[in-house]
Write a protein that binds this ligand. Structure first.
Ligand SMILES: *[C@@H]1O[C@H](CO)[C@@H](O)[C@H](O)[C@H]1NC(C)=O
Ligand SMILES: *[C@@H]1O[C@H](CO)[C@@H](O)[C@H](O)[C@H]1NC(C)=O
Ligand SMILES: *[C@@H]1O[C@H](CO)[C@@H](O)[C@H](O)[C@H]1NC(C)=O
Ligand SMILES: *[C@@H]1O[C@H](CO)[C@@H](O)[C@H](O)[C@H]1NC(C)=O
Ligand SMILES: *[C@@H]1O[C@H](CO)[C@@H](O)[C@H](O)[C@H]1NC(C)=O
Length: 367
């Protein structure tokens, strides 16, 4: 009896040891897959190439974008390298969800991205003849076709199960506000800011309800950043000091407050609606105020562009770009560098309750 018990234990040990070594050898170079899929909605902060397939001037498929991407490839990411969508996908152990428009007939079993540079919550944001984007309304509509394909392929129950466990990353709102506060905008004269911000929230809410209706259960919704501190708006400061534009920050903050109350109200009215709100606004300000803590040196100027703060002219092939990219928070006049995107993504995934509320992405996954 004793002999048997002992060898049995040895065998258990061997099995544990073998599976442990298998785990090490199979997964030591990337995070283990923690969720079945990830679905991404939003704007250029997370676009991984949808706009390459749209007839729009809002695109990033040319140098110097991608200068730090493998092969110096300009993939359509508005970044010198990877963006926050890439780093968040890496954290949850998935390949970056591919752009929907790159392969419309795919079922996208591990997720897909509808994010599109220039996209807003409002249809009216970047709705010009040449400045087009997939707006949130388009993105949600396209998701419903993917959901249908998933149901057809996996069956209703398995599709429902897959969607309920997958994070839905929705990063949008900056473009609506930037267009509103851009110095050549006609908005402030026609709509008061409080009304504009309320309209953004009121428009976003039914899209979240629709996604929930289609099976989404775990929402990751970062706040709008302190847009007044983007090089584009800093350079528009009337006193030419390069300080953050307080008005834009004030209303970004107001929007974020409204977003948080809206999320709380959805949580109390919808079944199994869980979310992680990330306070990008204050996290970015913290980085700007303590750059060296996060490995940065330049908090105001864009790396790529021309003119004051490299923010007067966008990042194009004729613009200059800095050599010390990881010292900069901003790649171009709107977008973070790869280094800053990585710092932000880590905080979305495992940030403290001060920034990630009521839970961070890692906790949301294990709910
Ligand atoms: C960016 O993404 C590509 C493709 O996944 C990867 O090969 C590369 O290592 C990533 N770069 C960084 C700095 O994470
Ligand atoms: C936005 O556009 C979509 C499709 O074109 C339309 O269905 C929707 O009603 C519009 N939303 C608003 C708030 O106008
Ligand atoms: C610009 O500077 C003036 C004088 O110092 C000050 O009164 C004003 O508030 C400043 N404007 C802004 C937008 O900071
Ligand atoms: C999500 O939240 C609801 C309460 O709103 C809760 O009942 C549910 O168990 C939570 N977890 C998951 C995985 O849906
Ligand atoms: C980046 O490098 C350039 C020259 O190589 C230098 O002038 C600049 O001060 C550096 N910027 C930072 C933020 O270190």
């Amino acid at each position: 009896m004793m002999g048997f018990a002992c060898s049995h234990r040895k065998m258990n040990f061997l099995i544990v040891f073998l599976s442990f070594s298998f785990f090490l050898s199979c997964c030591s170079f990337s995070e283990a897959q923690k969720v079945p899929a990830m679905y991404v909605f939003g704007d250029s902060l997370v676009d991984v190439g949808n706009n390459d397939h749209i007839d729009s001037i809002i695109r990033a498929d040319f140098p110097h974008n991608g200068v730090d991407y493998p092969g110096r490839k300009a993939t359509g990411r508005f970044s010198n390298g990877n963006n926050s969508a890439d780093f968040i996908a890496e954290k949850v152990g998935l390949p970056t969800p591919p752009p929907y428009l790159s392969d419309k007939n795919n079922v996208f079993l591990k997720g897909v991205s509808f994010a599109s540079g220039g996209a807003g919550i409002l249809n009216s944001t970047n709705n010009g003849v040449i400045s087009k984007a997939l707006h949130l309304s388009d993105q949600v509509r396209l998701f419903s076709t993917v959901q249908q394909k998933l149901v057809n392929q996996l069956g209703a129950a398995a599709a429902k199960q897959q969607l309920s466990k997958s994070p839905f990353l929705i990063l949008i709102g900056s473009n609506d506000l930037i267009n509103y506060f851009n110095s050549d905008s006609k908005h402030p004269k026609t709509t008061p800011p409080q009304q504009f911000v309320d309209q953004m929230i009121a428009t976003l809410k039914p899209y979240l309800q629709q996604l929930h209706g289609l099976g989404a259960r775990k929402f990751v919704i970062p706040a709008v950043p302190a847009i007044g501190c983007m090089p584009l708006l800093r350079h528009q400061h009337p006193n030419k000091t390069g300080e953050c534009l307080d008005g834009a920050n004030y209303w970004a903050n107001k929007y974020n407050q409204g977003l948080q109350s809206m999320l709380q109200s959805l949580k109390s009215s919808l079944n199994d609606f869980n979310y992680s709100y990330f306070d990008t606004y204050n996290y970015l300000l913290t980085i700007i105020q303590n750059p060296s803590t996060y490995g940065f040196k330049e908090v105001k100027a864009a790396c790529c562009g021309l003119g004051r703060l490299n923010a007067e002219i966008p990042c194009t092939p004729i613009s200059i770009y800095c050599s010390n990219r990881s010292d900069y928070i901003f790649w171009d006049r709107y977008h973070p560098t790869e280094a800053a995107a990585s710092v932000l993504a880590s905080a979305v995934f495992s940030g403290s309750k001060q920034y990630a509320n009521p839970v961070n992405l890692n906790q949301l996954i294990s709910l």
